[in-house]
Design a protein around this ligand. Structure first.
Ligand SMILES: N[C@@H](CCC(=O)N[C@@H](CS)C(=O)NCC(=O)O)C(=O)O
Length: 215
Protein backbone atom coordinates (compact mmCIF):
# COMPACT_ATOMS: atom_id res chain seq x y z
CA UNK A 1 0.00 0.00 0.00
CA UNK A 2 1.22 3.53 -0.75
CA UNK A 3 2.21 5.46 2.34
CA UNK A 4 -0.21 7.89 3.93
CA UNK A 5 1.02 11.46 4.30
CA UNK A 6 -0.97 13.75 6.55
CA UNK A 7 -0.33 17.47 6.06
CA UNK A 8 -1.05 19.52 9.14
CA UNK A 9 -0.34 23.00 10.52
CA UNK A 10 0.97 24.22 13.87
CA UNK A 11 0.22 21.73 16.62
CA UNK A 12 -0.30 24.60 19.03
CA UNK A 13 -3.20 26.10 17.08
CA UNK A 14 -4.49 23.82 14.32
CA UNK A 15 -7.53 22.14 15.80
CA UNK A 16 -8.65 20.63 12.48
CA UNK A 17 -5.21 19.10 11.99
CA UNK A 18 -5.30 17.63 15.48
CA UNK A 19 -8.48 15.61 14.88
CA UNK A 20 -7.34 13.16 12.17
CA UNK A 21 -3.81 13.15 13.58
CA UNK A 22 -5.15 11.95 16.94
CA UNK A 23 -7.59 9.47 15.39
CA UNK A 24 -4.84 7.87 13.26
CA UNK A 25 -2.22 7.95 16.01
CA UNK A 26 -4.55 6.51 18.67
CA UNK A 27 -5.55 3.70 16.30
CA UNK A 28 -1.94 2.86 15.44
CA UNK A 29 -2.30 3.66 11.73
CA UNK A 30 1.14 4.23 10.13
CA UNK A 31 1.43 7.63 8.45
CA UNK A 32 3.97 10.30 7.71
CA UNK A 33 3.31 13.77 9.07
CA UNK A 34 4.26 16.96 7.23
CA UNK A 35 3.80 20.16 9.19
CA UNK A 36 3.47 23.44 7.28
CA UNK A 37 3.27 26.38 9.69
CA UNK A 38 0.67 29.13 9.35
CA UNK A 39 1.85 32.34 7.82
CA UNK A 40 1.06 35.13 10.31
CA UNK A 41 -0.23 37.41 7.59
CA UNK A 42 -3.22 35.13 7.05
CA UNK A 43 -2.65 31.95 5.15
CA UNK A 44 0.42 30.10 3.98
CA UNK A 45 0.60 29.92 0.15
CA UNK A 46 2.10 26.42 0.49
CA UNK A 47 -1.30 25.11 1.63
CA UNK A 48 -2.61 25.78 -1.91
CA UNK A 49 0.08 23.54 -3.38
CA UNK A 50 -0.95 20.50 -1.35
CA UNK A 51 -4.68 20.98 -0.72
CA UNK A 52 -7.57 21.77 -3.10
CA UNK A 53 -9.13 24.04 -0.47
CA UNK A 54 -5.88 25.72 0.56
CA UNK A 55 -6.58 24.35 4.01
CA UNK A 56 -5.19 21.59 6.18
CA UNK A 57 -5.51 18.82 7.14
CA UNK A 58 -5.17 17.05 3.83
CA UNK A 59 -4.15 13.44 3.29
CA UNK A 60 -2.09 12.25 0.32
CA UNK A 61 -2.24 8.54 -0.50
CA UNK A 62 -0.55 7.82 -3.83
CA UNK A 63 -2.57 9.86 -6.32
CA UNK A 64 -5.49 10.23 -3.91
CA UNK A 65 -6.12 13.53 -2.10
CA UNK A 66 -8.54 13.60 0.83
CA UNK A 67 -9.41 16.90 2.49
CA UNK A 68 -11.73 17.81 5.41
CA UNK A 69 -10.82 16.30 8.78
CA UNK A 70 -13.80 13.96 9.02
CA UNK A 71 -13.44 12.73 5.42
CA UNK A 72 -9.81 11.86 6.16
CA UNK A 73 -10.87 9.86 9.21
CA UNK A 74 -13.55 8.05 7.18
CA UNK A 75 -11.11 7.26 4.36
CA UNK A 76 -8.53 5.81 6.73
CA UNK A 77 -11.20 3.89 8.66
CA UNK A 78 -12.16 2.20 5.36
CA UNK A 79 -8.51 1.39 4.62
CA UNK A 80 -8.02 -0.07 8.11
CA UNK A 81 -11.39 -1.57 9.13
CA UNK A 82 -9.84 -3.57 12.00
CA UNK A 83 -8.15 -0.64 13.75
CA UNK A 84 -11.24 0.43 15.72
CA UNK A 85 -11.20 4.02 14.46
CA UNK A 86 -15.00 4.04 14.86
CA UNK A 87 -16.87 2.09 17.57
CA UNK A 88 -17.46 -1.61 16.83
CA UNK A 89 -21.24 -1.65 17.29
CA UNK A 90 -23.29 -0.22 14.41
CA UNK A 91 -25.62 1.50 16.91
CA UNK A 92 -22.61 3.27 18.42
CA UNK A 93 -21.07 4.14 15.05
CA UNK A 94 -24.13 6.06 13.94
CA UNK A 95 -24.10 8.13 17.15
CA UNK A 96 -20.32 8.63 16.89
CA UNK A 97 -20.75 9.94 13.34
CA UNK A 98 -23.67 12.16 14.36
CA UNK A 99 -21.80 13.87 17.19
CA UNK A 100 -18.65 14.14 15.06
CA UNK A 101 -20.65 15.86 12.33
CA UNK A 102 -22.26 18.09 14.95
CA UNK A 103 -18.76 19.09 16.06
CA UNK A 104 -17.62 19.72 12.48
CA UNK A 105 -20.56 21.93 11.59
CA UNK A 106 -21.46 23.56 14.88
CA UNK A 107 -20.33 25.19 18.10
CA UNK A 108 -19.32 28.33 16.22
CA UNK A 109 -19.51 30.62 19.25
CA UNK A 110 -17.04 28.45 21.15
CA UNK A 111 -14.76 27.97 18.15
CA UNK A 112 -14.79 31.66 17.28
CA UNK A 113 -14.16 33.05 20.77
CA UNK A 114 -11.79 30.42 22.13
CA UNK A 115 -9.16 29.32 19.58
CA UNK A 116 -7.36 26.10 20.42
CA UNK A 117 -4.07 26.98 22.04
CA UNK A 118 -2.10 24.19 23.67
CA UNK A 119 0.45 26.64 25.16
CA UNK A 120 -2.06 29.05 26.71
CA UNK A 121 -1.87 29.44 30.49
CA UNK A 122 -5.28 28.73 32.04
CA UNK A 123 -7.39 31.87 32.41
CA UNK A 124 -10.89 33.21 31.73
CA UNK A 125 -11.77 35.60 28.91
CA UNK A 126 -14.89 37.65 28.23
CA UNK A 127 -17.36 35.27 26.60
CA UNK A 128 -19.83 36.10 23.80
CA UNK A 129 -23.56 35.35 23.88
CA UNK A 130 -24.24 31.82 22.69
CA UNK A 131 -21.11 30.30 24.09
CA UNK A 132 -22.93 28.96 27.16
CA UNK A 133 -25.31 27.10 24.86
CA UNK A 134 -22.39 25.46 23.01
CA UNK A 135 -20.70 24.46 26.27
CA UNK A 136 -23.96 23.05 27.65
CA UNK A 137 -24.65 20.95 24.57
CA UNK A 138 -21.12 19.54 24.50
CA UNK A 139 -21.27 18.66 28.19
CA UNK A 140 -24.57 16.84 27.59
CA UNK A 141 -23.08 14.85 24.69
CA UNK A 142 -20.09 13.79 26.76
CA UNK A 143 -22.13 12.95 29.86
CA UNK A 144 -24.79 10.93 28.00
CA UNK A 145 -22.30 8.96 25.94
CA UNK A 146 -20.04 8.16 28.88
CA UNK A 147 -23.05 7.07 30.95
CA UNK A 148 -24.12 4.83 28.06
CA UNK A 149 -20.65 3.31 27.44
CA UNK A 150 -19.30 3.33 31.00
CA UNK A 151 -16.34 5.49 29.81
CA UNK A 152 -13.61 6.47 30.13
CA UNK A 153 -14.08 7.70 26.54
CA UNK A 154 -17.34 8.47 24.72
CA UNK A 155 -17.75 4.91 23.44
CA UNK A 156 -15.59 3.15 26.04
CA UNK A 157 -12.32 2.85 24.13
CA UNK A 158 -10.88 5.94 22.39
CA UNK A 159 -12.45 6.43 18.95
CA UNK A 160 -12.61 9.08 16.23
CA UNK A 161 -15.46 10.78 18.12
CA UNK A 162 -13.06 11.54 20.99
CA UNK A 163 -10.53 12.82 18.45
CA UNK A 164 -13.17 15.15 16.97
CA UNK A 165 -13.77 16.65 20.44
CA UNK A 166 -10.11 16.72 21.55
CA UNK A 167 -9.57 20.40 20.64
CA UNK A 168 -12.68 21.26 22.70
CA UNK A 169 -11.03 19.60 25.69
CA UNK A 170 -8.18 22.09 25.28
CA UNK A 171 -10.61 25.01 24.97
CA UNK A 172 -12.62 24.02 28.05
CA UNK A 173 -9.35 23.63 29.93
CA UNK A 174 -7.34 26.73 29.01
CA UNK A 175 -10.27 29.17 29.02
CA UNK A 176 -11.49 27.66 32.32
CA UNK A 177 -15.01 27.06 31.00
CA UNK A 178 -16.16 24.13 33.15
CA UNK A 179 -15.97 23.04 36.76
CA UNK A 180 -18.20 19.99 37.14
CA UNK A 181 -16.53 16.70 38.07
CA UNK A 182 -18.10 14.64 35.26
CA UNK A 183 -16.83 16.93 32.49
CA UNK A 184 -13.41 17.27 34.11
CA UNK A 185 -13.15 13.46 34.39
CA UNK A 186 -13.66 13.10 30.64
CA UNK A 187 -11.17 15.87 29.95
CA UNK A 188 -8.61 14.14 32.19
CA UNK A 189 -9.11 10.88 30.29
CA UNK A 190 -8.46 12.62 26.95
CA UNK A 191 -5.51 14.62 28.29
CA UNK A 192 -3.93 11.40 29.60
CA UNK A 193 -4.18 9.58 26.26
CA UNK A 194 -0.72 9.01 24.70
CA UNK A 195 -1.86 10.55 21.40
CA UNK A 196 -2.85 13.75 23.23
CA UNK A 197 0.40 13.96 25.22
CA UNK A 198 2.49 13.37 22.07
CA UNK A 199 0.64 16.17 20.22
CA UNK A 200 0.80 18.51 23.23
CA UNK A 201 4.52 17.91 23.83
CA UNK A 202 5.27 18.76 20.20
CA UNK A 203 3.01 21.84 20.41
CA UNK A 204 4.84 23.11 23.49
CA UNK A 205 8.14 22.99 21.59
CA UNK A 206 6.85 25.22 18.77
CA UNK A 207 7.89 28.85 18.80
CA UNK A 208 5.53 30.26 16.13
CA UNK A 209 3.02 32.82 17.43
CA UNK A 210 -0.22 33.50 15.57
CA UNK A 211 -1.54 36.72 17.14
CA UNK A 212 -5.12 36.20 15.88
CA UNK A 213 -5.30 32.90 17.77
CA UNK A 214 -4.07 34.40 21.03
CA UNK A 215 -7.41 35.25 22.66
N1 LIG B 1 -13.60 21.97 7.71
C1 LIG B 1 -12.17 21.86 7.53
C2 LIG B 1 -11.50 23.03 8.22
C3 LIG B 1 -10.05 23.16 7.80
C4 LIG B 1 -9.42 24.45 8.29
O1 LIG B 1 -10.10 25.49 8.47
N2 LIG B 1 -8.11 24.42 8.49
C5 LIG B 1 -7.37 25.59 8.91
C6 LIG B 1 -6.33 25.19 9.95
S1 LIG B 1 -7.01 24.58 11.45
C7 LIG B 1 -6.58 26.12 7.72
O2 LIG B 1 -6.04 25.37 6.96
N3 LIG B 1 -6.49 27.43 7.56
C8 LIG B 1 -5.73 27.99 6.46
C9 LIG B 1 -5.04 29.23 6.80
O3 LIG B 1 -5.22 29.71 7.92
O4 LIG B 1 -4.31 29.72 5.94
C10 LIG B 1 -11.72 20.51 8.12
O5 LIG B 1 -12.48 19.90 8.89
O6 LIG B 1 -10.64 20.01 7.76
Amino acid sequence: MDKLTLYIANKNYSSWSMRPWMALTAAGVPFEEVLIPFDDAGGNPKFREISPTGRVPVLHHGDVRVWESLAIIEYVAELFPDKGIWPKAAADRLVARSVSMEMLSGFRALRGACPMNMRRPKGKIELPVGLGEDVGRIKTIWEELRARSGGPFLFGDFTAADAMFAPVVNRFDVYDLVTDAETLAYMDAVKSHPAWTAWRDAALKESWIVPSDEA
